[in-house]
Design a protein around this ligand. Structure first.
Ligand SMILES: Nc1nc2c(ncn2[C@@H]2O[C@H](COP(=O)(O)OP(=O)(O)O)[C@@H](O)[C@H]2O)c(=O)[nH]1
Ligand SMILES: [Mg+2]
Ligand SMILES: [Zn+2]
Length: 287
């Protein structure tokens, strides 16, 4: 039968299939092919009455992450705090590139609005509001969390962002009073404040949410320099319109991207982030 892997621990894969959780082994064929089943994978299993089973096949993935080990992250919710820690535009861009590269839909969630300077929230909104769905929330009061939950409807999502931004708090709020598909109250809520060590997928009636130890942000190993420009959605209308077909939009003449920058169609901080990441990709190549 068909199911989804909730978590993998010590060689077992816990698969939710037809309303029941099965503890499965993976067929040897995966090891031979160098494929590791991941939390979030859609799988075909053989299931037995005693609650055990075997993963027979992994269905095609939308994407797969190594850190954390998770598959089919349809939506990545980037959580930034308005303060403690201060929001970083550069880090926001480094996460947005990760989402774009993976083909995950990105949602940006600005948390701790109770602590933030209104001017900073406004500036953040000016840069990202037109690019991605943007939510302002408060993990302390729960303000804005309903709207975020509604945006996750039907999606398999994960929260990413810097430590202390409020990912665990929001995960708990999003899963609060949600019943898992097996009918239990999500165990997340019972586990309290323990730090997340495993990647685990929680399934609710409305959405699925990974609880993970954290996503890594942009790493220059991730891509070739040509690919980076495509990870900036606001660059896309201008790509291919520069004088040189291999234009990297730095100091080349007749560059449609730098022209758009001058006209204010591309924000300076985003362009700066692009330049920084491009430089890192180039430096990484030199070694
Ligand atoms: N003032 C305030 N504190 C918050 C808010 N959301 C989370 N926190 C606190 O920020 C700290 C870090 O939150 P946590 O969820 O552990 O962050 P994580 O590292 O991203 O998982 C905790 O002490 C939370 O109680 C918020 O909206 N406002
Ligand atoms: Mg946490
Ligand atoms: Zn160009």
């Amino acid at each position: 039968m068909r199911g989804v892997i909730l978590r993998g621990i010590a060689g077992f894969y816990y698969v939710l299939a037809e309303g029941r959780e099965y503890r499965c082994r993976a067929r040897g064929i995966f090891r031979k092919e160098g494929v590791t089943p991941l939390a979030g994978d859609r799988v075909e299993i053989s299931a037995y009455e005693d609650g055990t089973g075997a993963v027979e096949d992994i269905l095609p993935r939308i994407n797969a992450f190594e850190r954390p080990p998770a598959a089919n992250v349809e939506t990545l919710v980037l959580v930034m705090a308005g303060r403690d820690p201060m929001p970083s535009f550069s880090l926001t861009d480094r996460f947005s590139v990760v989402a774009e590269r993976a083909g995950s839909e990105l949602i940006i969630c600005m948390n701790k609005v109770d602590l933030a300077e209104p001017a900073l929230l406004q500036r953040f909104g000016e840069i990202y509001g037109g690019l991605y769905p943007l939510f302002f929330v408060c993990g302390r009061t729960g303000e804005g969390v309903e709207a975020l939950r509604a945006a996750l409807k039907g999606r398999q999502a994960a929260l990413a962002g810097p430590s202390g931004a409020g990912k665990s708090t929001l995960t708990n709020l999003l899963l609060e009073s949600e019943r898992s598909a097996t009918g239990e109250i999500s165990r997340r809520n019972l586990r309290g404040k323990n730090t997340t060590r495993h990647t685990e997928l929680f399934i609710t009636e409305d959405f699925s949410l990974f609880d993970t130890p954290g996503f890594s942000a942009f790493d220059p190993e991730m891509m070739e320099e040509e690919e980076l420009q495509h990870c900036f959605p606001e660059f896309r209308p201008f790509i291919g319109k520069c004088r040189f077909s291999d234009c990297r939009h730095l100091a080349e003449p007749d560059c449609a991207v730098t022209e758009a920058l001058k006209e204010g169609k591309i924000k300076k901080s985003r362009y700066r982030s692009y330049g920084e990441m491009l430089k890192e990709i180039r430096e990484n190549k030199e070694y």
